[in-house]
Design a binder for this molecule. Structure first.
Ligand code: NAP
Ligand code: MG
Length: 507
């Protein structure tokens, strides 16, 4: 059951006590709350132990070692999964190579497409189960896993299934061939969705894959392995090796990998680039971000406030494209901040499986410690911290939605990726000023612009150095739309027609 803030103990909360500058502004806050409405777990079937998925079956890890995966909200032990090493990776790459040489690269493209359609349909059929497991293992709210992660994962398979036999139209007047075996490494913030982003285009183009899910969220990838097995995909076309960063590193440096697709932190992205320097491996990197969400005076303010909320508090702020820097034009700053605080007071933090929950659990204790470190740092740097007074559960990894007022460009909370529900707010006067500030980070993944004027939108979108710019909306994803970064946010695009390019050779 949720409890009131005073009973909590984390660093963030202690700091918050000192720095909270207000009380709830809405009369009803604290006066009532929604009755709990938890999604049932009765239909979930988890094995006690999972091996790697290699060559169409679950196999024991070579060294016999396993690691536990837990729920970050209840701290419950969910399952043990194989702790992969270089020998497991080698076995998986060999299976992928064999499947590539003997079956998948030779199969008529329309047949490949049929398998992808089948996977998409089976994800839809098992959507409820997958959503619940995603929320249990990763901590995200069931509303998000049910309405965003799982449907968009299925949509990616549907979308790329359609391309499989139309590659000559995607790249007219070119000869299109597959690349070979792809090594794919994904993070914990959108576990099944990232697996779909990686696997669907690779398979559509005739490649086989070895995927390494994140250490803290392996379960939906293993459920996907079940789906892949049940849909009769030829053995070895998709292999899933679980484990920690060492399994990822072994995959990157395996000599028989033709292409690396990595989504994760900029630091690991740099390590991977060094590791493959001098080889022929193709690579795409989707890395961190520090997006600017820019609100002009002529913006529809209530919609913009919802956009700010969605931009940073969606998925606990565990989003590479989170709108973690807010720029508000001076004339409306007071109004926007007042409305933002009012709205934040209504956010429900708690049980990820409860359908009323807006903000679920922070994915790991390590990530919560990192967020708390930044909360202390922001206060030390001189910004003014304000947190919603909403109740948070005593057990599990939770963080109150937080904003920093009077942040400045030089603050680390403005420059560095926090990956949590923490928003740094600055004001601006002119278009030139906000462009200068918005572009002044090492990242360039995404941005948001809120204004009534179409011309202003076009001016901003062409001058913001970000791969994705949303106008009068935020955090919208669609398989037809390419996604990727500038600068230290990486290179290469996933999604859309562009997402085929990393998985083909063109002549
Ligand atoms: P991470 O630490 O970089 O890990 C990402 C993946 O790489 C995990 O599977 C990780 O395994 C593995 N890994 C760790 N060390 C490795 C190494 N030396 N060689 C190969 N693989 C290695 O990132 P994260 O903390 O999981 O995810 C958060 C980061 O991802 C954020 O920076 C976020 O911005 C970024 N992200 C970017 C996008 C995008 O599209 N641009 C999307 C989502 C997330 P373990 O989990 O076992 O450590
Ligand atoms: Mg977990």
């Amino acid at each position: 059951m949720p409890i009131k803030p005073k009973a909590t103990k984390s660093v963030a909360k202690q700091t918050a006590k000192k720095t909270i500058t207000k009380k709830a502004t809405l009369d009803f806050v604290g006066g009532w709350s929604y009755a709990p409405s938890p999604e049932s777990k009765d239909h979930i079937r988890l094995e006690k132990k999972y091996g790697h998925f290699i060559n169409g079956e679950f196999v024991k890890p070579s060294a016999g070692k396993y690691m536990a995966t837990h729920s970050p909200s209840t701290e419950e032990h969910l399952a043990d999964v194989a702790l992969g090493d270089a020998a497991d990776v080698d076995k998986a790459v060999k299976a992928a190579r064999k499947a590539y040489d003997t079956v998948w690269s030779k199969m008529p493209a329309s047949e490949r497409g049929k398998y992808l359609y089948r996977i998409a349909r089976m994800i839809q059929e098992r959507a409820r189960e997958l959503s619940v497991i995603e929320s249990m293992d990763g901590g995200k709210s069931i509303r998000e896993s049910r309405d965003i992660d799982i449907p968009i994962a299925a949509a990616h398979f549907f979308y790329y299934a359609g391309w499989a036999d139309k590659l000559e139209y995607a790249f007219p007047n070119r000869t299109v061939t597959s690349v070979g075996v792809a090594g794919q490494i994904i993070p914990w913030n959108f576990p099944l969705l990232m697996a779909a982003w990686k696997i669907a285009p690779a398979l559509a183009c005739g490649n086989t894959v070895v995927l390494k899910p994140a250490e803290t969220t392996p379960l939906t990838a293993l459920k996907l392995a079940e789906i892949i097995r049940d849909c009769g995909l030829p053995p070895g076309v998709v292999n899933i090796v679980t484990g920690d960063g060492r399994a990822g590193a072994a995959l990157v440096s395996h000599p028989d990998i033709d292409k690396i697709a990595f989504t994760g932190s900029t630091d690991v992205g740099k390590i991977i680039q060094k590791a493959i320097a001098g080889t022929n491996k193709k690579i795409t990197l989707e890395l961190g971000g520090k997006a600017a969400n820019i609100i002009f005076e002529d913006a529809p303010i209530d919609q913009a406030v919802e956009g700010i909320i969605n931009g940073i508090f969606f998925n606990q702020g565990h989003v590479c494209c989170a709108g973690s820097r807010l720029f508000v034009q001076e004339g409306i700053a007071d109004k926007v901040i007042r409305k933002l605080k009012d709205r934040m007071e209504t956010l429900v933090v708690g049980d990820p499986l409860d359908k009323n929950t807006d903000i679920g659990a922070i994915n790991s204790r390590e990530q919560l410690d990192k967020i708390n470190h930044y909360l202390k740092l922001g206060v030390k740097e001189g910004a003014e911290m304000w947190q919603s007074s909403c109740a948070v559960p005593r057990k599990g990894n939770f963080c109150r939605p937080t904003i920093f007022l009077h942040a400045s460009q030089s603050h680390r909370i403005v420059q560095e990726e926090i990956f949590g529900p923490v928003l740094a707010i600055q004001t601006f006067r002119t278009v030139e000023e906000v462009l200068e500030k918005a572009n002044n980070t090492p990242y360039g993944l995404s941005a948001g612009v809120w204004t009534d004027k179409g011309s202003k939108i076009f001016n901003m979108t062409s001058r913001l150095r970000a791969g994705v710019v949303w106008a009068n909306t935020y955090n919208k994803f669609d398989p037809t739309s390419p996604f990727g970064g500038y600068k230290e946010s990486g290179f290469g695009r996933e999604g859309g027609l562009h997402g085929l390019l990393p998985y083909v050779n063109l002549k």
